[in-house]
Design a protein around this ligand. Structure first.
Ligand SMILES: Nc1ncnc2c1ncn2[C@@H]1O[C@H](COP(=O)(O)OP(=O)(O)OP(=O)(O)O)[C@@H](O)[C@H]1O
Ligand SMILES: [Mg+2]
Length: 264
């Protein structure tokens, strides 16, 4: 169905995973996430869809290694996740959380490459490519405080794509973008994924975006005790057409799922 390459060392195994921020009170914990079970195959494009506050960012940040688990299993390949790693790149929901305020756009984009000791000429070449891709050429010398929310989000995207990690963890990455840039970025991300075989976990509120991009869509229930309750397979060829009948039908099915949840 896709050209993505399956790689077992990137498989993400989540079993009986729980997260609580509380200390035990009278022997009981208040769980944000309870009994999350999913296996995301290496090379897969997996979408997490769920209501606001259910724990999508928490789950993504646990996979990233920024938030610790309370109980259960969370593995990338054979290794339990304890901390962030170069194999996993994160696009945060809040761009401010990840940009260095003292570095300009180009320096922010090149930061990871510099850490990896990539030569200056190569860094320039890579960063120019992705800065252009996200439509920030001409803004290379600006600092984060001089950028709009959507522009900051695009700097994050350019940086993550430049770093070339094998696993991309993306938390509503296109939420702050205007419709046109959003569509361009969706197409480009899908194209990059198909070309490179990266594993992508993509969080969104937007059902159409989920159906446009994902091979599978995991639906999270409302919190507390949120879990992945259902997984939809998206059997359509890429690139996908949101105007196509089967596409719209699946969108409606997923929408009905949420309408049903909310009436309970
Ligand atoms: N550091 C924290 N300490 C305590 N509770 C937290 C913390 N971070 C998140 N939470 C709680 O965990 C729950 C899930 O939050 P999270 O940000 O993961 O939701 P989300 O699904 O990403 O929501 P949204 O779609 O609005 O971004 C919320 O009830 C939130 O209040
Ligand atoms: Mg969130």
């Amino acid at each position: 169905m896709s050209l993505a390459i399956q790689s077992p060392e990137q498989t993400i195994t989540i079993a009986n995973l729980n997260k609580s921020y509380d200390q035990a009170v009278k022997g009981e914990l208040h769980y944000i996430l309870k009994d999350v079970n999913i296996t995301i195959k290496g090379g897969e494009f997996f979408v997490l869809l769920g209501p606001s506050g259910c724990g999508k960012s928490t789950l993504l940040n646990m996979i990233a290694g920024f938030v610790s688990k309370t109980e259960g299993q969370l593995k990338v390949g054979k290794h339990e996740v304890h901390k962030p790693g170069q194999d996993r790149a994160v696009v945060f929901q809040q761009a401010d959380a990840s940009l260095f305020p003292w570095l300009n756009v180009r320096e922010n984009v090149e930061f990871g490459l510099k850490m990896k000791k990539v030569s200056k000429a190569k860094r320039q070449e890579i960063s120019s490519h992705y800065i252009e891709l996200v439509g920030l050429n001409g803004h290379e010398k600006k600092f984060p405080r001089e950028l709009s929310g959507g522009m900051k989000q695009r700097v994050q995207l350019a940086r993550v794509l430049s770093n070339d990690s094998s696993i991309l963890l993306m938390d509503e990455p296109f939420g702050a973008l205007d419709a046109m840039t959003r569509r361009t970025m969706q197409k480009e991300l899908s194209h990059i994924w198909r070309k490179t075989g990266k594993t992508v976990i993509f969080v969104t509120h937007d059902i159409q975006e989920a159906v446009l991009l994902g091979q599978r869509i995991g639906i999270m229930s409302r919190g507390p005790n949120s879990k992945v309750t259902d997984i939809y397979d998206v059997p359509f060829q890429y690139p996908r057409d949101p105007g196509q009948q089967d596409f719209i039908k699946l969108e409606k099915t997923i929408q009905a799922h949420f309408d049903h949840e909310y009436t309970i």
